[in-house]
Design a protein around this ligand. Structure first.
Ligand code: SIN
Length: 514
């Protein structure tokens, strides 16, 4: 039976940055469902937010993060993100990561929604995530084993302590691997919705496994829908970065009327939830929505990835209009952790989107997610590097498992239910329909105690999708207010948050004392 000092599940920025931080003295196994480059981080276009400009200040980034998060954020987590984030980015640059520069040789800082000023570093134009992943792949040493095309099917937990993972590889052969520390860095759950910017591999596996392991999950109702996915004939073809609006593009309907004009003080750069809801309404009226990019000179040089996406989809940029629709992008909630990635299960950690440190509140600020991956990977590494007791833990049986087969829905059914009833706008009637759908499955006896080791990878994925869909639905029913990424049409009080002073006095105090 193999044993590693640390097993990391996932291959995005949080996973690889953690591996790079600890691999000097620890044996690390990185397990990923697809290839090492199949992650949401690799798809991230816009960039990474950091207050590296002399004209900027961490307090402004703090304020923007809390405003976008509708003041549901944990202030200590935000302060850590924006202060440490700046230092981590500066160190990354010193270590050789290159970000795009302007004509004067200074790092070019882009603008994105709900930021007070340009502070988005980007690489390869709109290939920031891909470049960062490449940077970290080159930085992990021979102590890191990368296992691709392998699904972790369950975490082995005995007496509230994580001891290892069960995996299913390409030949569907199940195997157990033990680890002194188990880190979940599996991203969110975009692929449980039918329109998403996420990789199809992102089916909420880490969230569901953590739930089965007995870890606490929190804030799952806060789901962020990115306003502008490239949308052609009912199909999503990828992301069109918010940085495009940051460079001046505006949202128009098929008559060329600006749809964000007068709707919010920040217009096209309003927080994502506001823009996504507006686009959804216009489309529900039977009108198409486009990004008018006519004012952006040299679009293909600044946005090569988007240019390729549009061209691969058979459209020409000569029209200067990109058809868009909103889709699931990011989960603000997740596995509850402290500021060091520790969950409520001993030796089980979560980092990146799968974790909920409270940093994003009810809605994540644009380009804060790669930053979260970097900052919280370092935090977690500080804990992982500490010596642990019982380093030669032997395998212990867990008696919870029940051998049985389960009745499970089709993937498409789950995705349609989520988008229809647990999507951009929700209400009690729809949420109850979704709950009824999910309860047909989760109410089967021993649903959460099933011995998934005997399941195919596809079955485990469906079990995970049902689990996460059910948990999000329950959380959305419980929160009888609208806030950030959770909009209840039966409690449409969100407008009061827009009118709220930018920073409530409780947070002002935090800014003053620090
Ligand atoms: C984008 O480029 O619009 C996505 C980046 C993010 O989600 O912050």
């Amino acid at each position: 039976m193999s044993q590693y000092d640390c097993i990391i599940v996932g291959s995005g920025i949080a996973a690889l940055a953690t591996a790079a931080e600890i691999c000097e003295k620890m044996s690390v196994l990185v397990i990923t469902k697809g290839s090492i480059r199949d992650s949401n981080s690799s798809l991230a276009q816009g960039g990474v937010a950091a207050t590296i400009s002399k004209r900027d200040h961490w307090k402004a980034h703090f304020e923007d993060t809390c405003y976008a998060g509708r003041f549901h954020n944990l202030p200590e987590a935000v302060e850590l993100l924006v202060q440490q984030g700046k230092l981590d980015i500066e160190q990354l640059i010193q270590n050789g990561m290159t970000f795009d520069k302007d004509a004067n040789g200074h790092i070019h800082l882009g603008m994105e929604g709900a930021h007070q000023q340009p502070r988005i570093l980007h690489a390869g134009g709109d290939a920031t995530g891909r470049k960062l992943i490449q940077f970290f792949i080159e930085r992990v040493n021979k102590n890191v084993t990368i296992m691709e095309h392998t699904m972790v099917t369950d975490i082995h937990v005995v007496d509230n302590r994580a001891l290892g993972v069960w995996i299913s590889g390409e030949n569907q052969q199940e195997r157990y691997i033990s680890g002194k520390h188990i880190v979940l860095a599996t991203g969110g759950c975009g692929a449980i919705f039918d329109v998403t910017s996420n990789s199809p591999f992102v089916t909420g596996d880490g969230l569901a496994m953590a739930y089965r392991a007995g870890a606490s999950l929190v804030d799952l109702e806060f789901t962020q829908f990115h306003p502008t996915l490239l949308y052609i004939e009912g199909t999503c073809k990828g992301l069109v970065s918010e940085a495009v609006r940051g460079e001046g593009a505006v949202l128009v309907d098929d008559e060329g009327r600006r749809i964000m004009k007068g709707l919010h003080p920040l217009e096209d750069l309003a927080p994502r939830d506001v823009v996504a809801r507006t686009i959804q309404k216009v489309r529900a009226d039977g009108r198409e929505v486009y990004l008018d990019i006519s004012m952006i000179s040299q679009f293909s040089e600044r946005f090569p990835t988007i240019t390729k996406l549009v061209s691969n989809a058979g459209l020409s940029l000569d029209r200067k209009k990109i058809p868009v629709a909103p889709g699931m992008h990011f989960l603000m909630g997740g596995i509850r952790t402290d500021l060091f990635g520790r969950t409520s299960v001993e030796r089980l950690y979560a980092v990146g989107e799968v974790a909920c440190t409270g940093v994003h509140g009810a809605n994540r600020l644009a380009s804060n997610s790669l930053l979260e991956g970097l900052v919280f990977a370092k935090q977690l590494a500080n804990v992982l590097r500490q010596p642990t007791r019982d380093s030669n833990e032997k395998f212990k049986e867990n008696n919870k498992y029940v051998m049985k087969t389960l009745h499970l829905p089709k993937k498409m059914e789950i995705q349609q239910i989520m988008s229809r009833y647990v999507g951009i706008e929700r209400d009690e009637t729809g949420l109850r329909k979704a709950l009824h759908f999910f309860e047909q499955y989760v109410n089967q006896t021993s649903f959460f105690q099933c011995n998934v080791k005997r399941f195919t990878k596809e079955e485990v994925e469906l079990l995970n999708m049902v689990t996460v869909g059910w948990l999000i639905t329950k959380a959305a029913l419980k929160r009888t207010e609208s806030r950030g990424g959770h909009f209840r049409t039966d409690y449409p009080n969100e407008v009061s948050h827009w009118l709220q002073k930018r920073i409530p006095s409780s947070l002002k105090q935090q800014l003053e004392v620090s």
